[in-house]
Design a protein around this ligand. Structure first.
Ligand code: GLN
Length: 299
């Protein structure tokens, strides 16, 4: 007799299958993918354990399961990822937004709330998660997002529309500053650049290795992009402006020094929820941002 695939049976089977493939949270992922197929909330799985799937649903689910077992990230399978209050489209052209990056955006919201019409530049905007969250939270702010990847630029544009901030946002294909008009000047330059030291790329989790290497590879010591941004950035930053960076593990001291060498002497390094130094904020001494950065309350 043919097996009847109920919700509970599928969850149990998929959980052990994912576990055997080294998936970190096998049951959670089994449930999340099933919810996507059934278009329901997780709680509804629990109240419908004995419900059998329709053949079409089963077929779709099997496809998802095969992809996840091959260690494709859930966000690529579903095509979107939550970040702060919003849902962002993601594709294989974009890094998947991370929880620690939410913290960077939240600090920037704190630093710019009621600050008036800020101009924000996001270098390597990817899905647009940082820039567009800032524009959504700061109704007077305007932004430019640039990315070297045309695919990423079109995803940012689409997400700008989804969040309803497209009127205050421009997006450009550009290798850092290369295509930004010389007369542009910003109050905030933010970047979550590629920062993984090249020799570490091969040791990353299988899922991360499916993300674009151009969004991860920070050169020999992982610091290439901070050097380039701090070399060219000051010409595009208001004298009173600030830099905000996400950084990789053990990079705090080096990035602090790069900021100071570029003349941004008020530097604050903040940790992520795992206690790892994860972001750097920098501005000039005697500026309002310089003071605010030093006064930021650790979240
Ligand atoms: N946070 C990413 C990771 O840990 C790296 C992102 C980046 O290089 N900017 O895989």
């Amino acid at each position: 007799m043919q097996q009847v695939w109920t919700i509970l049976k599928l969850i149990n089977w998929t959980t052990q299958y994912f576990a055997s493939k080294g998936v970190e949270n096998p049951r959670l992922d089994a449930e999340v993918l099933l919810c996507a197929v059934l278009q329901c909330e997780r709680i509804q799985l629990y109240t419908n354990f004995e419900k059998p799937l329709e053949p079409e649903e089963l077929k779709t689910y099997r496809g998802y399961v095969a992809r996840r077992a091959a260690r494709e990230p859930v966000a690529y399978i579903l095509g979107h990822k939550g970040f702060l209050d919003h849902d962002f489209k993601v594709t294989r052209d974009t890094l998947i937004p991370r929880p620690e990056t939410e913290l960077l955006a939240e600090y920037l919201l704190d630093l710019n709330r009621d600050a008036g019409p800020r101009e924000i530049l996001d270098l390597g905007c990817g899905s647009g998660a940082i820039l567009l969250s800032l524009l959504a939270g700061l109704p007077e702010a305007r932004g430019l997002g640039v990315d070297i990847s045309a695919g990423a630029v079109s995803v940012t544009l689409e997400n700008a529309g989804r969040l309803g901030v497209e009127a205050r946002c421009a997006v450009l294909v550009s290798d850092l500053f290369s295509n930004i008009p010389e007369d542009e000047c910003f109050d905030v330059i933010v970047s979550n650049p590629p920062y993984i030291p090249r020799r570490d790329l091969a040791t990353l989790q299988a899922e991360v290795r499916q993300e674009p290497s151009g969004a991860l590879d920070g050169g020999e010591d992982g610091l290439d992009f901070y050097r380039r941004i701090l070399a060219d950035g000051p010409a595009y930053l208001q004298r009173e402006g600030m830099f905000a960076f996400e950084i990789g593990i053990y990079q705090g001291r080096a990035v602090r020094e790069l900021c100071q060498e570029a003349g941004y002497d008020k530097v604050r390094i903040l940790k992520d929820y795992g206690g790892i130094e994860r972001m750097v904020f920098a501005a000039k001494e005697g500026t309002s941002y310089g003071n605010k950065i030093m006064e930021l309350k650790e979240r």
